[in-house]
Ligand binder design. Sequence first.
Ligand code: CDP
Ligand code: MG
Length: 693
Amino acid sequence: MGGGREDAPRQQLPINQFEDQILKTVASNSVMVIIGETGSGKTTQLPQILHRAGYSKKGIIAVTQPRRVAAVSVARRVAYEMGVHLGEEVGYSIRFEDRTSSRTSLKYLTDGCLLRECLLDPKLSQYAIIILDEAHERTLNTDILLGLLKCLLRKGEPHLKLVITSATLDGQRISKFFNACPVLTIPGKLFPVQILYSTERPVSCFESAIETAIEIHVREPPGDILLFMTGQEEIEKAISKLEEKIKDLEEGVCMDAILLPLHASLPPELQARVFDLSPSNCRRIIVATNVAETSLTVDGVVYVIDPGFVKQRHYNPSTGMDSLSVVQISRVQAIQRAGRAGRTCPGKCYRLYPSSVYEHEFLPETIPEIQRTSLAGTVLYLKSLELPDLDVLDFDFLDQPSRELLEDALRQLHIIEGIDNDGNITNLGKQMAELPLEPSLARALLAAEEMGCLSQALTVAGMLSCESIFHHNPSKTRTTKQKIEVKYELPTGNGMGDHVQLLQIYEEWCQSNYSLDWCNNRGLQRRSMKYAKDVRDQLAMIMKDKCESLKYSRVRMDSTVEDFRTLRKSLCKGFANRLAHRMTNHNGYRILCHQSQLVQIHPSVCPLEVDADGLLPEWVLYHELIATSRPYIRKVCVVDGNWIKSVLVELETIDIYRLSGKGSNQGSDQVSSLQCRANLETANCTQSEEGSL
Ligand code: CDP
Ligand code: MG
């Protein structure tokens, strides 16, 4: 290829006007903060500025991204700008996919990947500069990195420099966190954006968003429309609705429209389409999740439609329940969304809510992930670093998670044997932390290795890593041309649940030689199946390095009922913190770690065996406990009560004071153990209580 591509607009990106000032500040400081509007060139240009100044001669320049889709897309863009092949000078690394080489000097990687690298090389010695990008997203992993890098720099690592970039973050606050480091604010080159509020909340936000888009399309001068929706399903629904409506418009009323979805599970080649400029006399309508809020900048947008919602995960440590719910965005997010309309010329933002909602109901800022997620993985990770003088409960985070969340994490880790009675990491715990999986799944793999069913467990881990292997609602969301006809039934899981079914599906797919038709005929997404295979292959390699017992990790295609049984047993080890016990007389379940929580089996779970009275299995383990319309457990596997006796005893004697590293507290020890016993007894509760489900 040779030679970088030089085009005028790139030179004009605001950050490039600050090249000298940035280089001066970086040269004389180990940490600095750069605040700049989205689209000012932080992600694509800053690394190139540092590269041109010669920093990459001292080590790799790393740029962390909270989202995989952004890491890939931005690396591709920068490789193009520099005129090099992706994977050589410019590469990316995301979980289970490494496209870097020994020549890579600019490396985009997810924040999670950099955390994993810290495990192998706590000093990050191959890097000259770490750019913690998109820090305003405040993902859990970025927050951990902020704390860790602070530790590292305090110890004085002269080779390493840190640049934190953000679109909105309070620069002074983060500067204070880093010992009053310098903050550079890049003035935005934003054109004015007119904000139009609705007079009241619409009855249906979805319908109102569609109508607004059509109205803009019919009445307003050229310029692309960016419509924010909460998830893939809603986006697909919106696209087909818009298609319909636009077709109904009389010919000649308006220009042509191109409809483009943008969300994280879109295949990369389709994602790339939003960066192509629109053909003239044609309006693009981009329907996106909040990935378009700050991570990805789509040029050409003049109209933004903001319904004011986002899908957010929230973990409740007292019930162990995750809720993935649609919540109101924060004011910071609303401002970001509006800003997308003013990048190339004056724009308009249609807020589908009244200004009073914006003023009085929206939170000023988004709650950082660290305060609303289960911290079992984080706590295990920090413990596995075995940093001297690091007390996980007092770790220096930018925003502290609640005590309740931390204690919940300790309890979970103890039940799956990642930490001992005194809260110290066990050998098993260390091995778990080395696997790029959540602690429970990592523990299950290690157990499977010991019990001789690693092949099956690897397959299940791979299959659980995909969002969904099934084409959801094929008839509703696809156009007729793409409609998938399901010709054959899937294996049933022998009544033993989803994990066994996933294993059977994968093994049959292997036997078909990974055939596309095989997937299509069964309503499965080949892309997801391929992803499961890649993850499985990667995990098999990691396990091979660890355990030298590859003989089990080659895909077995002929698992027997006995294998399924061993697999379920090994899953019990990992998911000992996620067991559920059926009610005596009906099919509701009680969660073992949080006795007060009653749940039901989610309708998506494959049919489980029932006894003569129509009752489901007495004990199950689950992958997910999620509150949608009601509390459900999803991805469920049948287990035998005899396999979990020791867990029941363990639950009875757990002592959170000792786990927190504070030694035993006799008084409260009694309280907690009494309480647990009471909880266990309620597991065999009477029918009147069960009525409350
Ligand atoms: O990081 P920040 O939001 O400050 O800006 P950026 O992502 O570096 O984007 C700078 C410019 O590059 C914008 O005009 C983007 O539209 C463009 N870009 C692109 O065309 N293709 C990409 N894959 C990424 C960015
Ligand atoms: Mg950026």
